[in-house]
Design a protein around this ligand. Structure first.
Ligand code: SF4
Ligand code: SF4
Ligand code: SF4
Length: 189
């Protein structure tokens, strides 16, 4: 019995066990992404792809200090593996694309890029909830979008339409939308 306990782990067991913990990690990462997406929370501009971001970000909070708009917050304890990583909730405070957070990151988790190349997510508009598409006058989001005329345009001079190729996912449209809940929301990248 004792000899059996001490038997060396065979290759098949090793791979099965390795695969099982890899699976657990993948499920954990997917659930973090899902829960961040559900809550409409975005990573700061220039963030690495999510799995790499979680591995590289040391949770130092320097991007938070660098953001004079106070757009970046740290994830609270409920999100386990993502605890203390930086997020932006655009309905509370969107990103104003000053890009001051990027050079403040000492770990390479936020990479330098021009404003037009930022892809924090993509705005999605619910026409059934949008005042303009329902026949009322509203151009609030179009007037405030920093890339108005390219990322957010007016169809027939009155209805907003998102151009997903140009949208940087800053969340200003979500922040200013007059409806509750907002008719336009940014889906994280
Ligand atoms: S780009 Fe500017 S406003 Fe946006 S999160 Fe970074 S520091 Fe804050
Ligand atoms: S459509 Fe919204 S998220 Fe996209 S660039 Fe304009 S304001 Fe930002
Ligand atoms: S601000 Fe909201 S309600 Fe107004 S046009 Fe934009 S999406 Fe529609």
């Amino acid at each position: 019995m004792e000899a059996q306990d001490k038997a060396p782990i065979n290759r098949r067991q090793f791979f099965l066990e390795g695969f099982s913990s890899f699976k657990d990690l993948a499920v954990d990462l997917l659930s973090i992404q899902f829960s961040l997406a559900q809550e409409g929370r975005l990573r700061p501009p220039g963030a690495l792809e999510e799995t790499a971001f979680l591995a590289v970000c040391t949770r130092c909070g320097k991007c938070v200090d660098a953001c004079s708009y106070r757009a970046i917050k740290l994830v609270d304890a409920e999100n386990g593996f993502a605890f203390r990583t930086p997020i932006i909730s655009p309905r509370e405070t969107p990103c104003y694309l000053c890009l001051e957070c990027i050079p403040a990151c000492p770990d390479g988790a936020l990479l330098p890029l021009p404003k037009e190349k930022v892809r924090m997510g993509t705005a999605q508009l619910d026409r059934d909830a949008c005042l303009a598409w329902q026949g009322h006058y509203c151009q609030t989001c179009v007037n405030r979008c920093p890339l108005s005329g390219s990322a957010l345009v007016l169809e027939d001079l009155r209805n907003p339409v998102v151009n997903s190729e140009q949208c940087v996912g800053c969340g200003v449209c979500e922040y200013v939308c007059l409806t509750y809940p907002p008719a336009i929301r940014v889906k994280p990248q």
